[in-house]
Write a protein that binds this ligand. Structure first.
Ligand SMILES: Cc1ncc(COP(=O)(O)O)c(C=O)c1O
Length: 372
């Protein structure tokens, strides 16, 4: 046991936190960062100017607490989502991680369970242990597929209080069919299971990929979570949100901290929503780079999964960790998600994507990659 763990264990820590390590994708100082599925295209200059102006205006009122209900922002988010939603359906927090945490605080907790289907977003089990909710791991098919029949059967058997469905799924990148969401929702009727569809990457999905937002009417246990960290290029601003029946937003009001969304965050998010056209144009280029990665990896004889997100999960590697290290040595940081034979890479700018593909080609050919 390392020193830090030993010192932690001398504290009267809750038993379900003992032995855990915090979430921590490496934050390294390298030229090309393609490891945490950020928006690599940055915030366009006109959007930056609008955010700066909005933040300057908000600064004049920073002596007062912000609007606890962030009503203007909830209205703007509802308008962005469409599907007949209004502010009573929408809730937001500091990143969708905090939204998910609030959902677990309200509907999970001691004696309750949350079901996820690994490989999936690594924060689900950590959010569960942080709220003293027991995390149960469900099963996927060998190719990481999750069918409606299999997911529904597992929900009927395990009767969890909460289910996480991640679509597009991180780290595999593929979107789920709505039949899976419908079947899981119905299977959870007896156990009153809350069904969360985490659509953090929805804006990157291929044309025509339906959102679980279409399933909200009449389903009061369904929650669709989204974020401005990815398509809106605002990972640093921390704004995640969800859409659900109004009674779900009322439940989250019971656990949120007062004034949890700062006036600066609200102003930033509102300005970005007003300028979403410029941001969505960048999303189109990110999708092009993502498709270039899928094609490039296939050409190299690797096996990329179909991606509806801004990243690509690929297999066919004999020694993924060595490839990861050699890419890092060349100045390209991608993600080793710990799945045998696989790595995950975020779509970069055109130049970053080219550097990744060229470096990987050289590494696989047994040549040293050139520094990025
Ligand atoms: C599937 C998924 N959900 C949620 C998040 C959390 O994003 P944020 O807290 O920045 O909104 C991430 C971040 O990478 C993610 O991959």
């Amino acid at each position: 046991m390392n020193d830090q763990l030993e010192r932690l264990n001398r504290l009267p820590l809750r038993s379900n936190l003992r032995g855990l390590t915090p979430y921590g994708a490496p934050q390294l100082d390298v030229p090309i960062l393609l490891n945490v599925n950020e928006n690599t295209h940055g915030v366009p200059a006109d959007v930056r100017a609008a955010i700066s102006a909005a933040v300057t205006e908000a600064a004049a009122g920073l002596n007062r607490y912000p609007d606890r209900e962030f009503t203007e922002l909830r209205k703007a988010l509802a308008e962005y989502l469409g599907h007949g939603l209004d502010e009573s359906n929408v809730w937001a927090a500091n990143g969708s991680n905090e939204v998910l945490q609030q959902i677990l605080q309200a509907f999970g907790g001691p004696g309750r369970t949350a079901l996820g289907f690994p490989p999936t977003y690594s924060m689900y089990p950590l959010l569960a242990s942080g709220t003293d909710t027991r995390y149960i791991t469900g099963e996927r098919a060998g190719n990481y597929d999750l069918t409606a029949e299999s997911a529904a059967r597992q929900v009927r058997e395990l009767q969890p209080n909460i289910v996480f469905l991640c679509s597009p799924n991180n780290p595999t990148g593929t979107a789920l069919g709505l039949d899976v969401v419908e079947a899981v929702y119905e299977a959870g009727a007896g156990s009153q299971t809350i069904v969360i569809v985490d659509e953090a990457y929805h804006e990157f999905a291929h044309e025509g990929t339906p959102s679980a937002l279409t399933l909200l009417p009449g389903r009061e246990r369904l929650i669709v979570s989204r974020t401005m960290s990815k398509a809106f290029a605002l990972a640093g601003a921390r704004l995640g949100y969800m859409a659900a029946a109004p009674e779900v937003t009322d439940a989250l009001r019971l656990v949120r901290l007062p004034y949890h969304l700062s006036a600066i965050t609200q102003a930033t998010a509102l300005a970005a929503l007003e300028h979403r056209e410029a941001l969505m144009a960048e999303v189109e280029d990110i999708k092009r780079q993502r498709d270039r990665i899928v094609e490039g990896l296939t050409r190299l004889g690797l096996t990329p999964a179909a991606s509806d997100s801004n990243f690509v999960f690929f297999g066919g590697l004999e020694n993924p960790h060595e490839v990861w290290q050699e890419l890092l040595d060349a100045g390209v940081l991608i993600r080793d998600v710990g799945i045998p034979g696989h790595l995950r890479v975020t779509a970069g700018t055109e130049a970053e994507t080219t550097a990744f593909l060229t470096s990987l080609e050289r590494i696989l050919a047994g040549q040293a990659a050139l520094p990025a």
